[in-house]
Write a protein that binds this ligand. Structure first.
Ligand code: ADP
Ligand code: MG
Length: 460
């Protein structure tokens, strides 16, 4: 899947190039960046081409972070950069080449249509980030409802709306969804979506070019201003000041302001107190970490859009094991789909485990055997030392089997490994425990509910 069509990619690249020129100076720019061409952006991998190994190596070692950061400030989601050295037969994007046109029709990203003058490239909205594509569950239902309400209100319902939550949980998605919905039902409204980084950068640039007035005008004539990731505003005094004034003016004039951050207003680092308190005046809506149901729902909804069928078992497995965030969950699904397409074989849990070993390993960090054991002991009100000793008392034996079962379900540890962590027991003991617990789950409702509660408390 391609993240963005070629014309738009080229457009973003030319904006990014301009930004780079300002950041690194003309000379460096001419030497290293001006010779790069944009090739593709696919599943978070940005591909550029360079005319020589020398330029490629230097560009990668010196500027890859900058390139990725600036690219993302236009709303893209670039995770990695790859620069290939081209020969003349195999170079850059051209708008009319047939194969590229095919990609263009599959494009899922689009530039906003009512950009204000001078705002070229700011409001890049992702076509996929709509309310329709947003799966609602307990952790995000409040934020979703608030976003929808704001989008559909003629005059500001709550001002500002402050969305916050951990990385990859859907803040940007919700903001874009608001913008799309407003464009649909209030096409005359001027909407700007911008990252806080970009906002600051434009502000600093306007100061450098002594053009602060038009910057101010620009932002003060919008109906809806959305600034994403405002945690980055902390620390820079003049920008904070400017931000504060822009913010006040908009709110005073009854324009809708929507902000996102990874923390609540009061927990923002390096932000002045008066601004912190001002940010919390409207509606503060947080997005909680995902739970199993939401993750499964998201996987099912995304899997439907792929042509390849992925069994429920595999989706359940992913929802169970990958609990970090939704971005990573999507990445895992994409990788599985890519694998299935290439290999043309049905994806089983074993294959998924193999293809995703790195992601699964990093997610495992959050749930360790030790953690599960502690939680189970808490639940059954027994001592940790009892769990691993040779005791056969009924409660302790049950707790031990439950803990083994949960270790099998919630970690990727092998059976011998799990046994080892329970006072050096054999892997056959673990197999037996898992079997016993599964049997009991299927016949004992109350027990099944207990286990569900327990496993949720471990996961979240
Ligand atoms: P954040 O801005 O909070 O870091 P994003 O909005 O970029 O996170 O979301 C990361 C990815 O997860 C995006 O591809 C987004 O579409 C997807 N995503 C997040 N929440 C949901 C959801 N509730 N339903 C469907 N996709 C979601
Ligand atoms: Mg975001």
């Amino acid at each position: 899947m391609t993240d963005c069509d070629n014309r738009k990619l080229k457009q973003i690249w030319s904006e990014v190039s301009e930004d780079i020129k300002i950041e690194i100076g003309k000379d460096s720019y001419n030497t290293w960046i001006s010779k790069l061409n944009i090739v593709d952006l696919d599943e978070g991998m940005l591909k550029l081409s360079a005319p020589s190994n020398f330029i490629r190596d230097n560009a990668i070692s010196r500027f890859s972070n900058l390139i990725i950061r600036l690219f993302n400030s236009y709303g893209s989601n670039v995770k990695s950069l790859n620069i290939e050295v081209y020969d003349n037969n195999n170079p850059k994007i051209t708008e009319n080449s047939d194969s590229k046109n095919k990609v263009a029709t599959q494009s899922e990203t689009s530039m906003s249509s009512n950009d204000l003058p001078g705002l070229k490239g700011i409001s890049v909205l992702d076509k996929k980030f709509t309310f329709k594509n947003f799966v609602v569950g307990k952790p995000n239902e409040f934020a979703y409802a608030a976003a929808l309400r704001i989008a559909e209100s003629e005059i500001p319902a709550y001002n500002p709306l402050f969305l916050y939550g951990g990385v990859g949980l859907g803040k940007t998605h919700l903001m874009h969804a608001i913008a799309w919905r407003i464009k649909e039902i209030f096409p005359e409204k001027k909407v700007i979506y911008i990252s806080a980084e970009k906002f600051m950068y434009l502000f600093i640039r306007s100061l450098r070019y002594k053009d602060a007035m038009s910057f101010k005008e620009l932002f003060r004539t919008v109906d809806v201003l959305m600034i994403d990731d405002v945690q980055f505003i902390g620390g820079k005094d003049t920008t904070q000041e400017e931000f504060f004034h822009t913010f006040n003016e908009l709110v005073d004039n009854n324009r809708q302001v929507i902000l996102s951050a990874d923390k609540s207003p009061s927990n923002l680092d390096g932000v002045e107190d008066r601004l912190k308190s001002r940010l919390g005046w409207g509606l503060v809506a947080d997005i909680h970490p995902t739970n199993y149901e939401l993750r499964l729902g998201i996987l099912q909804s995304k899997a439907k859009r792929h042509k390849i069928k992925i069994s429920d078992k595999v989706l359940e497995f992913l929802a169970m094991k990958i609990s970090s965030n939704i971005r990573e969950l999507e990445g895992a699904l994409n990788r599985i789909v890519a694998h299935a397409t290439l290999v043309g074989r049905e994806i089983t849990i074993d294959v998924a485990q193999e293809v995703l070993s790195d992601i699964l390993r990093s997610n495992e960090k959050y749930i360790t055997i030790d953690f599960i054991q502690r939680k189970v002991c808490e639940f059954y009100n027994i001592k940790l030392s009892d769990l691993n000793a040779a005791k056969r008392q009924k409660t302790i034996a049950t707790a031990r089997q439950v803990a083994m079962y949960l270790c099998k379900q919630l970690t990727t540890k092998s059976l011998p490994d799990i046994g080892q962590n329970f006072g050096g027991r054999d892997h056959s003991t673990v197999i037996h425990a898992v079997k016993k617990i599964k049997e009991r789950i299927s016949i004992d409702r109350e027990f099944a509910t207990d286990l569900e509660i327990l496993s949720k408390s471990i996961e979240n």
